[in-house]
Design a protein around this ligand. Structure first.
Ligand SMILES: Nc1ncnc2c1ncn2[C@@H]1O[C@H](COP(=O)(O)OP(=O)(O)O)[C@@H](O)[C@H]1O
Ligand SMILES: Cc1cn([C@H]2C[C@H](O)[C@@H](COP(=O)(O)O)O2)c(=O)[nH]c1=O
Length: 239
């Protein structure tokens, strides 16, 4: 029986890597699939992982209709047994409904990958609809970690390492960015609520004006200079 599965997690937890792996495994098993993404950091119509893997994908524009794409493919003699949908948090709720219809009426497996919530901890509309409709919501096995070592469950948006809590819901970007840039950092809930990024915790630990931290609750992050240059090829930076 075909399924709609939502693989969900924070940024940087391996979703795009798993998307490419699943595409590979299903393809070598003789199944025919399509990969979709939207606003991948590596550019248009490409699905990229921070591990350096890349794959061609169809770009999901606001007017793309998944049902029409699959019907057109089948009408022209092609097969579509499964679809991979990366950055699914950006999809419109109607597009998620189209994906569910593909599962139910055309027996197409849909594997969707995306972050659940934005930098303010609010669900993205696409993710909300996926949670509402998915047969299964699967949390990824590899845990992204907060600077304190706890499992990261939330995404923070940062500027110069300082967490910001206002702004547009969608700003394409990456973790591990240089100073001055808008970036993201994954945090545990405790540190997200306290707006305590790695940078903020280091600054607080060094300031003579603040009370000593409770080290059990709030360990001081190790000082680690942000790399001034990318440490690997540009393709491995994106995901
Ligand atoms: N240099 C590296 N060596 C080993 N694993 C890495 C390296 N860089 C990134 N990763 C792994 O890749 C994951 C990010 O993969 P990616 O698929 O791009 O994430 P997502 O799509 O969830 O944002 C990291 O959580 C980490 O496990
Ligand atoms: C939290 C948050 C993230 N984004 C953007 C930033 C990235 O371009 C993607 C997530 O990509 P990843 O492969 O999961 O790392 O989403 C955003 O636009 N708004 C946010 O609040």
């Amino acid at each position: 029986m075909a399924e709609l599965v939502f693989f969900s997690g924070t940024m940087d937890c391996g979703k795009s890597t798993l998307a490419l792996q699943m595409n590979h495994n299903h393809t070598v098993a003789g199944r025919a699939g399509l990969m979709f993404t939207q606003q991948d950091r590596a550019g248009e119509a490409v699905l990229s992982s921070r591990l350096g893997l890349l794959g061609d994908a169809l770009e999901v524009t606001p007017d793309l209709d998944f049902w029409d794409v699959v019907v057109a493919r089948r009408m022209s003699g092609g097969r579509v047994d499964f679809v991979i949908c990366d950055e699914a948090q950006f999809y419109a709720p109607d597009q998620v409904d189209q994906l569910a219809r593909l599962v139910d009426e055309m027996a197409v497996d849909v594997f969707a990958f995306g972050i659940t919530a934005d930098f303010r901890t609010r669900l993205f509309p696409g993710s909300q609809r996926l949670i509402e409709l998915a047969d299964r919501v699967q949390v990824l096995q590899v845990e992204a970690l907060c600077w304190c070592g706890a499992r990261a469950t939330h995404n923070a948006r940062t500027e110069d390492g300082v967490m910001v809590v206002e702004g547009a819901q969608v700003v394409v970007g990456d973790t591990n960015v240089g100073s001055g840039e808008i970036g993201y950092e994954v945090l545990c809930r405790r540190h997200h609520m306290r707006r305590m990024t790695r940078h903020a915790a280091q600054a607080a630990a060094m300031s003579p004006d603040v009370l000593p931290l409770d080290l059990d609750i709030c360990p001081v992050p190790p000082l680690r200079a942000a790399p001034s240059q990318p440490t690997s090829q540009p393709t491995s930076q994106a995901g």
